[in-house]
Structure formats: structure tokens, C-alpha cells
Design a protein around this ligand. Structure first.
Ligand SMILES: Cc1cc2nc3c(=O)[nH]c(=O)nc-3n(C[C@H](O)[C@H](O)[C@H](O)COP(=O)(O)OP(=O)(O)OC[C@H]3O[C@@H](n4cnc5c(N)ncnc54)[C@H](O)[C@@H]3O)c2cc1C
Length: 376
């Protein structure tokens, strides 16, 4: 089987690229190992920087179903709480709904989906040879890698970050309970932090990330919740007064924030496959969507040129990716380092909580400007 453009992974980044490129008239095939809809471990707060782009993509109905969020609260303990208006604001929507709505849109626009896992990616004589679990081989001149933060494809490509130990795990569930409507809250605790915000149907999403070594000291999630999460009294109050609507919380492990390359083995990486920002910043989804837009524009431009130059496409993408996202990622890394240092954490977070302007400045450093539309 031969296709003009193949997208490896149909999460947020892959689906956005599929919608964008099919809108520009390209024939798109997406390989996604899971079925839709599906819950995912995520804070489910998206920065408004994506709004104009979503409107351009014809995703107004997604925005209409979401929950507007204007304020950000950092609650370290009862006497150290700070709330600021988010410079751009954002919205809450579950990944269960969001990914499914994007999938429906991509299908409506004629994108083809193959529900299998990619097991091998080879680049020979200017052509990708992609093998799926069934043994099906797909040939394509353009492969976009949108397979998320950690995949068997990373192992197959022997990417640098996959050889190193990953230190974080994350847990998420939806709840029925009371929480301010237009707020996203961040509740630090020993070894990690928890985000709380509303998604559709007035549900609360409670999602935390913690260093694996800290978590491993406890027997299970309940034991960890009682002994560590509940040390943050604000979080304890929210969780104790809420009822989970999930049978079991969702968990993921081996989360790595190490550097990745935006182009590897000629695959153009987007979303978390190109680099994962610390969730503390609440910007991973906007970055995934934005990187999909950048790659789509460049691929469209390259294919419309009379002579296609892979070298130019790869160089341009790597360069734009770095200028657009590198600073944000570095700020996220710096903030996460502060969190890894228990003595510094309390002092630094208390300082930030007490100075709203500094707080806003940090939020701005971890976010981008609204994504501009400059389609030709
Ligand atoms: C704990 C936590 C909280 C977060 N909170 C927020 C937040 O509040 N706000 C925010 O903006 N960001 C947040 N993020 C980041 C955000 O979740 C990601 O940046 C975003 O999901 C990236 O989208 P993606 O499309 O790159 O990856 P994904 O959405 O993970 O999609 C990757 C897709 O590839 C598929 N795939 C993988 N391997 C294969 C294979 N071999 N073959 C076929 N398919 C494959 C997977 O099934 C998946 O559907 C958080 C992240 C974490 C870990």
C-alpha cells in the first residue's frame, strides 16, 4: 500500500495535522493503535492560544462544548494561596471528548484511519516503509510522527531519551464535586503537584504527577493519597468532598522530559513526540496543536513547490520548532527542578504566590501567543 502522507499516531497533534492537511486538499492516512473515544491522563486545561486556529479548522463546536477557565490558583497551604487572572485564559474539555470530536472531523474531511500499532519505520531510497502489527507495509514519502510522549516507535528508532531512566508517573480521574467554575488550581505536594479544573458535564478533572521514587514508598494510590496528597489541605478538602466517576484512576509511568529532536530518521515529529513540556505549565496540548499547524503548513508548501526538497523541509521545521517552543520547554524544566528540591520548593513557591506580577510573568513564559493564521 502506498499513501502520499502518513500520520503515525492519532492523538491531539496527529488529528490536528490530519484536519489541517485534508482541509488543504491532501490525502491523509492516520495509523492509530487505539479506538476512539478513550480517556487519557491529562490535566485537560487548554490555553486559549489555540482558539483562532480551532475556528479556522472548523472546530467551533469543540469550543462550544468546553468549559471556559479564566483564573489560576496556586495553593501551597492554607496561608499561602494566590489566585491570578490568566493572561490569555483557556478552557477545559476531557480528552475523551476532544480527541473524539477531532477524529470525527478528520473522518468527515476524508482522512483514512487504520487502527493498528506501528512496529517499524525504515527510510530507504527517499521513501518510508512502515510496518504495522498485522504485517501490513505502507510506503510513503512523508511521515509525520505524532505518537506521543513514549511509544514503541521511540524504542524502534533508538531515540536518545528512551535509553535514559524516566522519573515521573501520573494519575488522573474525573469526579463529581464542588470546585469554582472558571478556575484551574495547582496544589503542590512532596515530590509532585496536582491540577484541578472542570471539564464538560460539570465534572472535575483531578490529575497529578509525582516522582516515581516518592510514590514507590507507599503501598498503593489510596495509601499515597492519604499520606502525601492530603498533606495539602486544600487538595484534601476537594478530594474528600468529591466522588470519583471512574471505576479506577488512570495511570501512566515512565514520563520523560528529556530533550528530543523534532526531526528523527527523517520523520517530522509533532506534539509530545517532539518534546514534552512539564504539565505544571498547562501548555502541552497547545504546543501539540501548534506544532501540528507548523508542520502542516511546511508540508503543504513543500509539496506545492515544483521541486520538493526534503532537506529544506526538515531544516525549516527543526528551526521553527526551536524558535517557537524551546524557551517554553526550558522554563518548564527550570520550574520542575525547583519542584524537585523540597527545601527550595516551599520558599520559592511562597514567594511566587505572594507576588502576583511575578506569578503572571512565569505563566506568560510558559505559554505562547495566540496561534496566528497565515495560510496561503
Ligand atoms: C500528567 C499530565 C498532565 C497534563 N496536563 C496538561 C494540561 O492540563 N494542559 C495541557 O495543555 N497539557 C497537559 N499535558 C500534556 C498533554 O497531555 C500532551 O502534551 C498532549 O496529549 C500531546 O498530544 P500528542 O498528540 O502529542 O500525544 P497523545 O495525545 O498522547 O497521542 C499520541 C497517540 O499516538 C498513539 N500511538 C502511540 N504509539 C503508537 C504506535 N506505535 N502506533 C500507532 N499509534 C500509536 C497513541 O495511542 C495516542 O493516541 C499533561 C501531560 C501529563 C503527563
Amino acid at each position: 500500500m502506498k499513501v502520499p502522507i502518513l500520520i503515525l499516531g492519532g492523538g491531539l497533534a496527529g488529528l490536528t495535522a490530519a484536519i489541517h492537511l485534508s482541509k488543504m486538499g491532501h490525502e491523509i492516512t492516520v495509523v492509530e493503535k487505539s479506538e476512539y473515544p478513550k480517556h487519557k491522563v491529562c490535566g485537560e486545561y487548554i490555553s486559549n492560544e489555540v482558539v483562532d486556529y480551532f475556528n479556522w479548522l472548523g472546530l467551533q463546536h469543540v469550543l462550544a462544548q468546553s468549559h471556559p477557565i479564566h483564573n489560576f490558583r496556586l495553593e501551597i497551604d492554607e496561608s499561602n494561596v494566590s489566585e491570578v487572572k490568566l493572561p490569555l485564559g483557556g478552557f477545559g474539555i476531557s480528552r475523551y471528548s476532544l480527541d473524539d470530536l477531532l477524529y470525527q472531523k478528520a473522518k468527515e474531511q476524508g482522512c483514512q484511519f487504520i487502527h493498528e500499532a506501528v512496529v517499524s519505520v525504515k527510510f530507504i531510497d527517499d521513501l518510508f516503509h512502515i510496518i504495522l502489527t498485522s504485517g501490513l507495509e505502507i510506503e510513503t514519502p512523508i511521515a509525520i510522527g505524532s505518537f506521543g510522549k513514549r511509544s514503541t516507535i521511540d524504542v524502534h528508532l533508538q531515540r536518545d531519551f528512551i535509553q535514559k531512566k524516566a522519573h515521573w508517573l501520573a494519575v488522573k480521574a474525573h469526579y463529581e464535586g464542588l470546585f469554582s467554575d472558571n478556575l484551574v488550581g495547582l496544589y503542590p505536594f512532596q515530590g509532585g503537584y496536582c491540577g484541578v479544573s472542570k471539564v464538560e458535564q460539570n465534572r472535575l478533572n483531578i490529575c497529578y504527577i509525582v516522582q516515581t521514587d516518592v510514590f514507590k514508598k507507599y503501598k498503593n494510590i489510596s495509601d499515597f493519597t492519604e499520606n502525601v496528597l492530603f498533606e495539602n489541605k486544600g487538595l484534601k478538602k476537594i478530594m474528600s468532598e468529591s466522588k470519583s466517576v471512574f471505576e479506577m484512576p488512570l495511570t501512566i509511568s515512565q514520563i520523560s522530559f528529556d530533550d528530543k529532536k523534532a526531526v528523527e530518521n527523517h520523520v517530522l515529529m509533532i506534539g509530545d513526540a517532539a518534546g514534552l513540556i512539564h504539565p505544571l505549565c498547562g501548555n502541552g496540548m497547545a504546543m501539540a496543536i501548534h506544532s501540528a499547524k507548523i508542520v502542516s503548513e511546511l508540508v503543504h508548501k513543500s509539496l506545492n513547490n515544483q521541486t520538493f526538497s526534503r532537506g529544506t523541509l526538515e531544516q525549516d521545521y527543526q528551526k521553527i520548532w526551536n524558535t517557537t517552543f524551546k524557551n517554553r520547554l526550558n522554563t518548564g524544566k527550570m520550574l520542575s527542578k525547583l519542584l524537585l528540591n523540597p527545601s527550595l520548593t516551599k520558599v520559592s513557591l511562597k514567594t511566587v504566590a505572594k507576588i502576583p506580577l511575578l506569578f503572571k510573568y512565569i505563566i506568560k513564559k510558559t505559554h505562547g501567543n495566540p496561534i496566528t493564521i497565515s495560510i496561503s
